[in-house]
Structure formats: C-alpha cells, structure tokens
Write a protein that binds this ligand. Structure first.
Ligand code: PEP
Ligand code: MG
Length: 324
C-alpha cells in the first residue's frame, strides 16, 4: 500500500468516472509546508495562525508575523493559502493571554476575541497582506462566526487594513475572504454569509462538538463525539446546498474530511475542496481514485437513509472494503 500511495503522489484526486476533487492541506507548524508539498497538496485550506503565536512568550510583532506568513505563502505560490485569523480561547490557549472562564467553549473565543481587540486583529491582517505582496495567493478566513454583524465588522477592518497599506505605498490588494461554519447558528445563515464573503469553509470539529453538545476534548464523552451522527451529516449537506445557491466555493477542513469514508460522502454532497492533514492526504486521494462519483453518490443515498452513527460508520467501512 505504501508504494501505491507514493505512486499517486503527483497524480490528481480524480474518480474512475473523471470527477476531479481538489485536495488541500491544513498547516500550522513550519514543518507542515515541506510535508504538504511532498504529498502533492494543491493549496492550503487552513493555516492555523495561532500555532506560531502559541510557541512564543508574547504577541509576535507585525514584522515577526510577516516572516511566518511569507514562508507559507511563498512555498505554496501560486497555489492558494487560506490563513485563519487568530482562533484562541476554547481549547486553544496562549500562555501570555490567559482566559479564565467557567465554560470556555461557549465563551470568548475566535472572532469574538479579535473583534474585541481590533489592535490584535489589525496587526495580524496587515501582516498577512504585507506578506502576500507580489504573490496574490492569500485568502483570509474568519473562525467561530455566529452572526452577520461579526462578518460585516471583520470585513470592514480588512478593508481598512488594505486601504491603510495602499496609502503607505504597499502593493496589496483585497484578498478573498471566507467564513468558517463551526457554530449551529452559522449553519442556518450559510446563504446570508455566502452573500457577504467569497468562500465558506466548514470546521466540522467544532461544528460536531456544538451540534451534539459534546466536548471535543473530554475523554469521558469521547464515545458520544460521533462525526457520522445523522444530524452532523444533515448539517454538512445543508451547508453545501445553501452556499452553492450563491455560487460560492465550499470547502471543509475538519477531521471528517481526513477519513476516507467521510471524504467520499463529502465529495458526493458536492464539497468543492477537502482540506486535510498532510499525513492523511495520500489515503484520501487513494480512496477517491478507487471509486466512481456515481458509486459515491449511491453511498451517500444509502447513508442518508440510516439513523444511527454506528450504523453509518459500518456502512462506510463495508463500502470502502468493496471499493478496494
Ligand atoms: C474545526 O473546528 O473543524 C477546525 C478545522 O478548526 P480547529 O480544529 O482548529 O478548531
Ligand atoms: Mg474550529
């Protein structure tokens, strides 16, 4: 199998009946870049910018951020690099910015923090824009969005950063901006968000946590964290449908895309891009290359008729075996 995976490294993810699905990667550490390029990644669907923030002992300056961002943008150019604005709080802590809360998952996290601290947000967005000067492969993505007002405010700030930099003489242009769908309230506003932004990306790790009311990191309830819960799949289906009504690209960067069975279902639902960890990319490509789109569609139809996460999981396992 290892040999087979190596052989397809430079081949596209294309089904037996010719359906092509772009496979991108999730990155954070600088080492992820080389690993991703080696696996034939066609873009970065999620660069977790909080990781370079986490491995330091104070907020990095604009100049320091430019250096980390430029490395990712340059290594991947002309392929797209989707940078998520700082997503701290919840399960992601910065040692020098402690947040003490009773209920951190429902508290101050993601876009909520950066909108309350425009100085942190502006420095980061300026660094992203300056890092992309002359490359034009930057995309900016907003985490943990719940309301349109948050999207509008973030867009205003990104616009302001662009104008400021242009006035300062930098050759920057406004990048595509997208929102993550991670909160149940956001699911039902997908179409509205899609009108405001250039792309939608589903953070299925958080979305699963919030739909099922199951902490993604609590071992006591880990058995209840079911990525294939029918409610999760229904939400994933709905999101694509709504975003496509506005003709916007929909990608997914949660772990469900990194599971071969999940990847086939997402492809069949119509996801335009799957973004996975570099280590999982070869097996996802292998799964796609070994199935026809019509078989994947049939699999989705049979899964939609099931009402239990475990049954769905089993159906996926059996089908994958049958596909080889
Ligand atoms: C997610 O929530 O699915 C996601 C991709 O973001 P993170 O895992 O970094 O919260
Ligand atoms: Mg998330």
């Amino acid at each position: 199998v290892a040999d087979e995976l190596r052989e397809i490294r430079d081949l596209p993810a294309i089904t037996k009946d010719g359906y092509r699905l772009p496979l991108w990667v999730n990155t954070g550490l600088s080492a992820d870049v080389a690993r991703s390029l080696k696996q034939g990644a066609e873009g970065i669907g999620l660069y977790r910018t909080e990781i370079p923030f986490m491995i330091r002992d104070s907020f990095p300056s604009e100049q320091e951020q430019i250096e980390s961002y430029r490395a990712q943008l340059e290594a991947f150019a002309p392929r797209p690099v989707t940078m998520r604005t700082l997503d701290i709080g919840g399960d992601k802590a910065l040692p020098y910015f402690p947040i003490e809360e009773e209920n951190p998952s429902l508290g101050w996290r993601g876009i909520r923090v950066t909108l309350d601290h425009p100085e942190i947000f502006m420095v980061q967005v300026r660094a992203m824009l300056r890092a992309s000067e002359g490359l034009n492969n930057l995309r900016i993505m907003l985490p943990m969005v719940t309301s349109t007002s948050e999207v509008e405010e973030a867009l205003r700030q990104i616009d302001r950063a662009c104008t400021e930099l242009q006035e300062e003489g930098y050759q920057v242009k406004k990048p595509p901006v997208g929102v993550m769908i991670e909160v149940p309230a956001a699911v039902y506003q997908t179409r509205r968000f899609a009108r405001l932004v250039d792309f939608i990306s589903v953070g299925s790790n958080d979305l699963t946590q919030y739909l099922l009311a199951v902490d993604r990191n609590n071992p006591r309830v880990a058995g209840l964290y079911a990525s294939y819960h029918p409610a999760v799949l229904k939400a994933l289906d709905f999101i694509v449908h709504e975003a496509h009504k506005e003709r916007k690209q929909v990608s997914i960067c949660g772990e469900i895309a990194a599971d071969p069975g999940g990847a086939l279902l997402l492809m069949a639902m119509g996801y335009d891009v799957l973004s996975v960890n570099a280590n999982n990319l070869p097996k996802i490509k292998f799964a796609i290359r070994n199935v026809s789109f019509s078989r994947a569609r049939q699999l989705l139809l049979s899964v939609r008729a099931l009402h239990d996460a475990e049954e769905i999981h089993q159906e996926l396992r059996q089908s994958l075996k049958a596909f080889g």
